[in-house]
Write a protein that binds this ligand. Structure first.
Ligand SMILES: [Zn+2]
Ligand SMILES: [Zn+2]
Ligand SMILES: [Zn+2]
Length: 162
């Protein structure tokens, strides 16, 4: 994973975030021979509309405002399963919402910093956290299947310095 800042400046060129994410997703799916249908692509684009995690019903609402043919919630959940399976989005359990991931090609255990003020979330990696979880689980005879670490707080734009 490349070391982009977890929380880009509020005034950054977000269109390039979207363009990069969609281009990465297309290249990744082409390589994996997975079908990034126009609807799956559109859902990914909706998730990337900002750096805030987006809930399934919000996605459905946005999708259905633009479409005359209304999508059913099941369609969204299937598309989200596909996107998660291919590492294109992560589900944030504490938010019950989805965040786009821009490095689907690399297996990674991330932890997430979630801003309780603006709602943005940043993805980070840290080997010591992985190691602490691995050792703690091992000492308790616990087998880790899914590592979810979510931290709430204030992002640099919302923090006390602002
Ligand atoms: Zn951005
Ligand atoms: Zn990721
Ligand atoms: Zn914030």
């Amino acid at each position: 994973m490349s070391h982009h800042q977890a929380f880009p400046e509020p005034g950054h060129d977000h269109n390039s975030c979207i363009t990069n994410a969609l281009a990465n997703a297309e290249a990744h799916c082409r390589k994996k021979k997975a079908r990034l249908t126009s609807q799956r692509r559109r859902i990914l684009e909706i998730i990337w509309q900002s750096h805030k995690p987006v809930g399934a019903y919000e996605i459905l609402e946005i999708l259905n405002t633009a479409n005359s043919r209304k999508a059913a919630p099941m369609t969204i959940y299937r598309a989200l399963d596909f996107l998660m399976e291919h590492g294109l989005v992560h589900r944030l359990a504490s938010q019950n919402a989805y965040l786009g991931c821009n490095h689907p090609n690399v297996a990674h255990n991330s932890f997430f910093l979630i801003c309780s003020k603006c709602g943005r979330a940043g993805e980070m990696e840290n080997d010591s956290i992985d190691e602490a979880i691995r050792i703690g689980a091992l000492q308790n005879g616990f087998k880790v299947e899914n590592q979810l670490v979510e931290v709430e707080g204030l992002c640099p734009a919302c923090g006390p310095g602002q």
